[in-house]
Design a protein around this ligand. Structure first.
Ligand SMILES: *Cc1c(COP(=O)(O)O)cnc(C)c1O
Length: 390
């Protein structure tokens, strides 16, 4: 089953394997036991296409998603998606009316925000479900653990506010040394003492790395992101379950131009590359405007005809060049170029790109821009089958 989208005319396309997404979520659910998973689909589902990913997860029974800025949820709701959304980034009072109107569940950590949400909810005769964010060591947002009791009580006595969850976040759950994360878990667990009354909120702190490597971090719910997409939280991370995850995204382009160049020919802006011999150079329509970082210039390798070929010269906004000298005479216009994924016996992973660029898997996939067409397939082993017949 292949569904095409309006920008299919762009020769650079991301193929999203929804069967792998299903398998990954099953692996994560097995680790989580009967606790709910609240998958993170922020930043266009880590570049994979939020609408389709959310719809697919919804069909698998997941109905609560984590997003960043609230427009991500609004777009999906306007598009007809019937799900609940936890807004991970605190926002400002000016957005309270949207939160109430779209029944979003914001993370809260200021009294101003509580007051503003309560006021807006009262106007509309409804209740806002909030998640109290506690900073146990991330150093980004959240009340201090020592402030929790008072904050919790303030929320309890404010009408039109219902505390649905209490949450925190790990800055280094992917680290080989779990001691800092263990300290956070202890602090987080100690907050439970302050909860009195019958309605106990959901305690959630685990991200992908914690779910994979710190069983004691699981509490009542888990917010996995990167692992849902079959990617590792970091190059250093080791976990048996990681090897069961399957990358969901592959990225391909097509050869649009081929030429022979003499020794000493400058390639691309700034002539940061000169051919050191007569070379066969191909051009492909992917550049930093598609999210392929200019930082990868002269460092990237791609697959053509099942072989690794070096990218040469500065990566432009819409195009870049590759050295296909080893394939001279065997490459045609329109031939497939794999930037992420497999072809023949060879494979290029998101981690390889991340390492070459000096960044993380998160940034590589999140950077993939809107104009790249995303083709959704829901077929087991789709990439392996394709790779066998390049
Ligand atoms: C993005 C995010 C997650 C998911 O993190 P992964 O490392 O992708 O699993 C969980 N919680 C918060 C607060 C986040 O910002």
């Amino acid at each position: 089953m292949t569904e095409m989208h309006s920008n299919e005319a762009h020769l650079t396309q991301a193929t999203i394997n929804l069967a792998n997404l299903s398998d990954n979520i099953a692996v994560l659910q097995r680790l989580a036991g009967d606790r709910p998973l609240l998958p993170a689909i922020k930043a266009n589902a880590y570049g994979h296409g939020a609408a389709e990913v959310a719809r697919h997860l919804l069909a698998l029974g997941y109905d609560t998603f984590c997003i960043g800025p609230i427009n991500e949820a609004i777009t999906l709701i306007e598009d007809g998606l019937d799900a609940r959304f936890i807004v991970l980034s605190p926002t400002l009072a000016q957005n309270s009316s949207y939160i109430v109107e779209y029944a979003l569940q914001p993370v809260v950590c200021t009294i101003d925000q509580i007051d503003s949400l309560a006021k807006e909810a009262r106007k509309k005769g409804t209740t806002v479900k909030v998640h109290i964010k506690v900073d146990t060591g991330m150093g980004r947002v959240g009340i201090q653990p020592s402030e929790f009791r008072a904050f919790w009580q303030y929320c309890q006595k404010t009408s039109h506010i219902e505390v649905e969850g209490v949450c925190s976040h790990f800055p280094m759950a992917d680290s080989v040394d779990p001691s800092f994360s263990r300290g956070q878990i202890e602090q987080f667990a100690s907050l439970e003492e302050h909860i009195e009354g019958s309605a106990r909120p959901l305690f959630h702190i685990a991200n992908s790395a914690a779910l994979l490597s710190l069983p004691e971090s699981r509490f009542d719910a888990i917010r996995p992101g990167i692992a849902v997409y079959g990617l590792s939280p970091s190059l250093a991370m080791r976990s048996p379950a990681l090897t069961e995850l399957k990358p969901v995204l592959s990225l391909t382009s097509r050869i649009t131009y081929v030429k022979e160049v003499a020794k000493g020919t400058g390639i691309s802006y700034g002539h940061l590359y000169y051919s050191d011999r007569p070379m066969c150079i191909a051009t492909i329509p992917i550049g930093y405007g598609d999210g392929l970082s200019r930082m990868l210039s002269n460092r990237l390798e791609v697959l053509v005809g099942g072989q690794r070929c070096r990218q040469v010269g500065l990566i432009c906004m819409d195009q870049c060049m590759i050295d296909i000298s080893v394939l001279r005479g065997r490459v045609r216009l329109g031939d497939e170029v794999v930037i992420i994924g497999s072809q023949g016996e060879n494979r290029i992973t998101v981690d390889e790109l991340a390492e070459r660029q000096g960044t993380t898997s998160y940034e590589i996939v999140t950077a993939l821009s809107e104009r790249i067409s995303r083709v959704f397939v829901d077929e087991k082993d789709a990439e392996e089958k394709r790779a066998r017949f390049p």
